[in-house]
Design a binder for this molecule. Sequence first.
Ligand code: FAD
Ligand code: DHB
Length: 384
Amino acid sequence: MRTQVAIVGGGPAGLMLARLLELRDIESVVIERRDREYVQQRVRAGVLEQATMDLMDEVGLGGRMHAEGLVHEGVELRFDGEGHRIALSELTDGRAITIYGQQEVVKDLIEARLESGLPLLFDVSDVEVDPSAPRVTFTHRGESHVLDCDVIAGCDGFHGVCRPAIADVLTVYEREYPFGWLGILAHCAPSSEELVYAHHRRGFALASMRSHEITRMYLQCEPDEDASEWSDDAIWDELDRRFGMQVNRGEVFEKGVTPMRSFVVEPMQHQRLFLAGDAAHIVPPTGAKGLNTAMADVYLLAHAIEDSYRGDSSGLDAYSARALERVWRVQHFSWWMTSMLHRFAGDDDFQMKIQQSQLLYTARSTAQATALAENYVGMPFRAR
Ligand code: FAD
Ligand code: DHB
């Protein structure tokens, strides 16, 4: 088998890259370890930056996002018993975020891929990559396959095989946080029209949503906490305490703990293998950046691949350096939001006061609020 671009991983990064290449008449094969159902049901991020929304439109798949997604022009910081609105759109020349679940983006991309009849193989196993050949080998429906190509896109997430294949040439930058997030989805109306990031002595809490009928909430918890040990009542009571108000309650239909980590490898490329998304970097979820950063990577990579087929390989050569500029901006923002909003073990009252002062300054100072807003709605995606 031969193709131009072998894409390992059918998450948001791999699927969007495939779509961008399709629109440039560049062939690709996407191989995904899980089945379609699993990939489409996996509950993860929910906030699309302005540039991700624009990208969905650019690739012709923004229809359902506009119909079902919720556009937000502000976000609330809640601390010391009071809420403070950050006017995202006012502070960023009209840019905004949209609440639209990651799995909805993935569903739209999968449907488009299958409709166009282009190869997207689920349930593959034994995936191995040879970055110098370049070549990908795998098993699908009991048969072994060899896929020769010009470029391998490593879009296989944090636990994939592409990053380990070039581990010898990578430098790892990493920080683990001593807490996790307990996340729930529940059948009830959101308690607030906009997202609320709450700082509290007992720990951070976040109120989000998926629709007018589905609430998404998060609580700072121990990193290794077992979600099933939290009763629904205990979760709602704790949310009430941390938000300082009675939140709407409903049937909880999803519960899970997400660990918190910052992680980057450099460079994001070696020989003919190019890493994108979680395969190369992870952020703690506080800034809602994971999915959006994956999209920024593949936007850059698609343009670089396109240029290379036109005889200019400078974009591919510079891919890692260019992608990393934005990756580190996002790393800093996610680390800053995490540090400002969470309680760390051993934090004393001095630290509490420092965090509250930082939050008040962010809410009151136009300069600081603008810094939060422009990072939160996201920096523009770079094509070259
Ligand atoms: P992934 O979505 O991980 O996709 C990689 C794909 O590759 C997967 O489908 C996987 O099955 C496949 N794969 C793996 N190994 C192989 C292989 N060997 N061969 C073929 N395929 C393979 N971000 C936020 O902004 N906000 C959040 O609230 C948030 N919550 C999260 C909760 C969890 C539990 C996790 C894990 C992540 C969360 N994120 C969140 C991060 C965000 O979801 C990711 O940044 C985003 O999914 C990155 O997309 P990706 O395509 O790079 O990787
Ligand atoms: C959601 C997740 C985030 O990490 C965040 O910062 C805001 C919202 C969400 O899942 O809705």
